[in-house]
Design a binder for this molecule. Structure first.
Ligand code: C2E
Ligand code: MG
Ligand code: MG
Length: 765
C-alpha cells in the first residue's frame, strides 16, 4: 500500500503534475499544420548542409554520405501512415541535421545550438515520444560521435576526454533550455483540453437546439390547427402549412381577405384590439363562398416579443363540430319523419309565447288527427303510412301562413299554431282550409289513399295559461272524434269552466263526506310575553291525487256552491274537539273562520250551540273570525246569528281588517272583541311609514273601543319589533310557526308556553 502523502508533498506533486504535460498530442488539423512546417524545415536542411559541407571543403561524396540519412528520413516520413511515425521520422531527421552540422563545422560549439532549436521545434508536437527521441538522439549522438570522431564533435579537450559526461551535459542543457517549451506545451495542452470541452458543450447545445427546432417545426407543420403571425395591419408574415389548408391564407396576403364579408369587419376590429394589447380575443369567422367553413380564431398579441413580433393567430376548423351541434339541436327539436318541429319544439315555442313581450297576443292552436290512420298502416304497410304522414305534413304547411307553425307530435297527430290568429271565424276558415287540403286523395307507391282528419281548435283566452292551449285543442279534437270524425270542433272555454267547477264540486262533496278535510292550527302569540294565546283553525283538503290543497283554491267554490255550510260545520266540530283535547283545563282559545254564507243561514247559531255542548268547550274559548265584507250588509239573519252566539260568550274577531270596505261602523255595531290586522299592512311595516301609521291608528282605535289586536302574517323579526313598539297585543305568522296538524303542535302548558321566533326568520332583515 502506498504511504499517504503529507500535504506539502502533495502540493508539490500537484504543482509539478500541472506543469508536466500529458503528451496527448494535437488535434488532426494542428498536427498537420505543425508537422508540415517541420517537414519543410527538415527538407530545407538537405541543400543547406550540402552547400555548407562544400564550402567547408569537404569532398562531395563525403557530404553526400552525411546528408543521405536526411533524405532517407524525408522519404520514410512520406511512407509512414501514422502521426507517431511521421513525427518520429521528422524528429530523427532534424536531430541528424544537428549532428551533421556540428560534424561539418568541425565540432564548433556554436553549431551545437542547432540541437536546442531542434528539441524546441520537436516540442511543437506536444508528444513525449518524439520529444524523448530528440533528447535521446542528442545525448547519444554526442556520446557516440565523440567516441568515433572526437574532433568533429567538440573543439575542446575536456569534452573529447569525457565524451558521455559532455553528452549528458549537452542533453541536460538542451532539456533545460526547452523546459519553457514544456511548460508552454503543458499550458497549451490544458487550453486545448478546455477548448475541446467547451466545443463539446457547444456542439451538444447546438445539436439539442437543432433537434428542438426540428421538433417544433415538425409539430407546427403537422399540427391540425393552423398558426400564423400577422402584423396589426392584418398581413400574414408567416404561417404554418395547416393555415393554408384551413383558411386559404398565403404569406404576404391579408388575413381578412380570406374571410367572408360580414365577418371581415369583426376580424379587423379584433386584430386592432389585439394590436393594442387588449386581452386575447376568440372569434368565429367563415371562410369560403359556397359552403363556408367555420373557423375559430384566437388572437394573442406577441408584438413585443422580438422572436415573434406580431399577433399570433391560431385557427381551428370547427365546421364539422358546428354541423354536428346544429344537427343535434335540429334532431332534438324536429320530427325525423316529416322534418317538422316536434313536441319539444312546440312546447318551447308556446312557453316563449307565454313569457315573451307579446304574451297577450292572439294565438290559436289546431290539433289535427288523421282519422283511421291505423287502418292505412295495417292495410298498406308502414312505408305507405310513413309517406302519407310526410305528405299530410307538406299539405298542412302549404295551406298555412309563413309565420304559423306546423308540428308533428307523433303518430298521426299534427298541430298547427297560428300567431295573430284573429277571430274565431277567421281561425275556423284556416281550419276549413286544412280539412279541404286533405280532401284530394294521396297517391303513394301506386296506391290511392283517401283520408279525413278530426280537428280541434282552441283560441287563447286571456285567463288561461298559454300552455293550456294545446290541452284544450286536444280536448276539442277528441270531441270531434266523438261526434263522428272528419269534423272541426272549437274548444268552449265557458262550458269547460262550468264542467271544471261541476267536477270540483262533486269532488269536494265527496271529500267532506269521506273525511278528506284536515284542520291545521297556527298559534296566536302574545307579542309582549310570547305566551300562546290561542290557535287559528285553518282547513286543508288532503286530495288523494293533488296532495294538500290550499283553502284559497276551494273555499270560494265552496261558498258559491253552498258546500261551505257542511264544510264549516266539520271545521267547527273538529276545532272545538281538538282544543279540548290539546288544552283541556287551560284558557287558550281557538279561532274558527266563518264565511258570510254560513252566517246567512239560520241554522248557524244552533250549530254553534250544539257543537259547544257536545264538545264541552267553554264558549269564551271560541272565537269566530269574520271578514269585514260579510257583515257590511244589513242582513237580519246575520245579525240574529251573531247576537245569539255572542250571547253565549263566544268572541268575535274581525278578520283581514283594512282590506275590505272600511267598516268602522260594523266594528261598532257588532261589538267585535278582536281586530285582526291584515298581513298586507304587516308586510309593509318595516319599509312604509304609511303602513305603520295605519297599524298604529287601527290599534289606537281598537283599544279605544276595548278590543284586542292580532297582527297577521308576521314573518320577520323587525316586523315583530315594530309591532311591539306600536303596541299590538297579539301576533300570528310564520315567525311564530306555520299552520300544522294538531299532533305537530307542542303540548299546551297554559301560561308561559313561549315560542321563540324561528331562527331563519330572526336573522332576516
Ligand atoms: P285567514 O283567515 O286570514 O288565515 C290566515 C292565512 O294566512 C292562512 O292561509 C295562513 O296559513 C296564512 N299565514 C299565516 N301566517 C303567515 C305568514 O307569516 N305569512 C304568510 N304569507 N301567510 C301566513 P290559509 O291557511 O291558506 O288560509 C287562507 C284563507 O282561507 C284564510 O285566511 C281564510 O280566509 C280561509 N279559510 C281557511 N280555513 C277556513 C275555514 O275553515 N273556513 C272558512 N270559511 N275559511 C277558511
Ligand atoms: Mg282567519
Ligand atoms: Mg286573516
Amino acid at each position: 500500500m502506498a504511504a499517504p502523502l503529507v500535504p506539502g508533498r502533495r502540493h508539490l506533486r500537484d504543482g509539478i503534475s500541472t506543469l508536466i504535460p500529458q503528451g496527448v498530442g494535437l488535434p488532426d488539423a494542428a498536427f498537420s499544420a505543425r508537422h508540415g512546417l517541420l517537414r519543410v524545415v527538415l527538407a530545407g536542411h538537405l541543400p543547406a548542409l550540402a552547400v555548407f559541407g562544400m564550402v567547408r571543403g569537404y569532398d562531395p561524396s563525403h557530404v553526400l554520405l552525411e546528408v543521405s540519412p536526411i533524405l532517407a528520413t524525408v522519404l520514410a516520413e512520406r511512407l509512414s501512415r501514422t502521426q507517431r511515425w511521421r513525427a518520429l521520422w521528422v524528429t530523427g531527421g532534424l536531430a541528424w541535421c544537428s549532428t551533421v552540422l556540428v560534424h561539418l563545422s568541425g565540432g564548433q560549439i556554436e553549431a551545437h545550438f542547432h540541437y536546442f532549436v531542434v528539441v524546441g521545434l520537436i516540442a511543437l508536437y506536444q508528444r513525449w515520444l518524439p520529444f524523448v527521441w530528440a533528447l535521446g538522439f542528442t545525448v547519444a549522438s554526442h556520446g557516440i560521435g565523440t567516441m568515433i570522431a572526437p574532433a568533429s564533435m567538440f573543439n575542446h579537450p575536456a569534452a573529447i576526454n569525457r565524451p558521455w559526461l559532455w553528452a549528458g551535459i549537452h542533453g541536460g542543457a538542451v532539456l533545460a533550455a526547452t523546459i519553457t517549451q514544456i511548460v508552454f506545451w503543458s499550458a497549451a495542452e490544458r487550453e486545448q483540453h478546455r477548448v475541446e470541452e467547451l466545443s463539446d458543450d457547444l456542439v451538444a447545445t447546438a445539436r439539442e437546439n437543432a433537434s428542438q427546432r426540428a421538433r417544433f417545426e415538425s409539430l407546427v407543420a403537422n399540427a391540425f390547427d393552423g398558426v400564423a403571425i400577422v402584423c396589426p395591419a392584418g398581413d400574414v408574415r408567416w404561417q404554418s402549412p395547416a393555415m393554408a389548408r384551413i383558411m386559404g391564407t398565403r404569406p404576404g396576403g391579408a388575413l381578412v381577405d380570406v374571410v367572408r364579408e360580414g365577418d371581415a369587419d369583426r376580424l379587423e376590429v379584433a386584430l386592432a384590439a389585439a394590436g393594442r394589447g387588449d386581452a386575447s380575443e376568440r372569434l368565429m369567422v367563415r371562410c369560403g363562398t359556397d359552403d363556408p367553413r367555420w373557423i375559430e380564431l384566437s388572437l394573442v398579441d406577441l408584438t413585443a416579443n422580438p422572436d415573434v413580433g406580431g399577433i399570433v393567430v391560431n385557427a381551428r376548423d370547427v365546421t364539422a363540430h358546428r354541423k354536428a351541434e346544429h344537427d343535434l339541436a335540429w334532431q332534438a327539436h324536429h320530427d325525423a319523419l316529416t322534418g317538422l318541429p316536434n313536441r319539444a319544439k312546440l312546447d318551447q315555442l308556446l312557453a316563449d309565447l307565454a313569457t315573451g313581450p307579446d304574451a297577450d297576443r292572439n294565438l290559436a292552436v289546431m290539433f289535427v288527427d288523421v282519422d283511421d290512420f291505423k287502418h292505412v298502416n295495417d292495410r298498406l304497410g308502414h312505408s305507405v303510412g310513413d309517406q302519407l304522414l310526410r305528405d299530410v305534413g307538406r299539405r298542412l304547411r302549404e295551406v298555412v301562413r309563413h309565420q304559423d307553425v306546423v308540428a308533428r307530435l307523433g303518430g298521426d297527430e299534427f298541430v298547427v299554431l297560428c300567431t295573430d290568429a284573429g277571430t274565431t271565424e277567421e281561425v275556423l276558415v284556416v281550419a276549413g282550409r286544412i280539412a279541404s287540403a286533405l280532401d284530394d286523395p294521396f297517391q303513394i307507391d301506386g296506391a290511392t289513399v283517401a283520408v279525413t282528419a278530426s280537428i280541434g281548435v282552441a283560441l287563447h283566452h286571456p285567463d288561461q295559461p298559454v300552455e293550456e292551449l294545446l290541452r284544450h285543442a286536444d280536448l276539442a279534437m277528441y270531441a270531434a272524434k266523438d261526434q263522428g270524425r272528419d269534423r272541426i270542433e272549437v274548444f268552449d272555454h265557458t262550458r269547460h269552466l262550468t264542467d271544471h267547477r261541476a267536477g270540483l264540486h262533486d269532488e269536494l262533496q265527496v271529500a267532506i263526506e269521506v273525511g278528506q278535510l284536515r284542520v291545521h292550527y297556527q298559534p296566536i302569540v302574545s307579542i309582549e310575553s310570547r305566551a300562546v294565546r290561542g290557535l287559528e283553525a285553518l282547513v286543508r283538503w288532503e286530495h288523494p291525487e293533488r296532495g294538500m290543497v290550499s283553502p284559497a283554491e276551494f273555499i270560494p267554490l265552496a261558498e258559491v256552491t253552498g258546500l261551505i255550510v257542511p264544510l264549516g260545520t266539520v271545521v267547527l266540530e273538529t276545532a272545538c274537539a281538538d282544543l279540548v283535547r290539546w288544552d283541556p283545563h287551560g284558557d287558550t282559545t281557538v279561532s274558527v273562520n266563518v264565511s258570510g254564507v254560513q252566517l246567512q243561514r239560520s241554522s248557524f247559531a244552533p250549530t254553534v250551540e250544539r257543537v259547544l255542548a257536545q264538545t264541552g268547550l267553554d264558549p269564551r274559548r271560541l272565537t269566530l273570525e269574520i271578514t269585514e265584507t260579510v257583515v257590511v250588509g244589513d242582513d237580519a239573519v246575520v245579525g240574529t246569528n251573531i247576537d245569539r252566539v255572542t250571547a253565549l260568550g263566544v268572541r268575535l274577531a274581525m278578520d283581514d281588517f283594512g282590506t275590505g270596505y272600511s267598516a268602522l261602523v260594523t266594528l261598532k255595531r257588532y261589538a267585535f272583541d278582536i281586530v285582526k290586522v291584515d298581513r298586507e299592512f304587516v308586510a309593509g311595516l318595516s319599509e312604509h311609514s304609511s303602513d305603520a301609521a295605519i297599524v298604529r291608528a287601527v290599534i289606537g282605535l281598537a283599544h279605544a273601543l276595548g278590543m284586542e289586536v292580532v297582527a297577521e302574517g308576521i314573518e320577520h323579526a323587525d316586523q315583530l319589533a315594530a309591532l311591539a313598539a306600536i303596541g299590538s297585543d297579539f301576533g300570528q305568522g310564520y315567525a311564530f310557526g306555520r299552520p300544522v296538524a294538531l299532533e305537530a303542535l307542542p303540548p299546551a302548558s297554559g301560561v308561559g308556553w313561549a315560542i321563540a321566533p324561528a331562527p331563519a326568520v330572526t336573522t332576516a332583515s
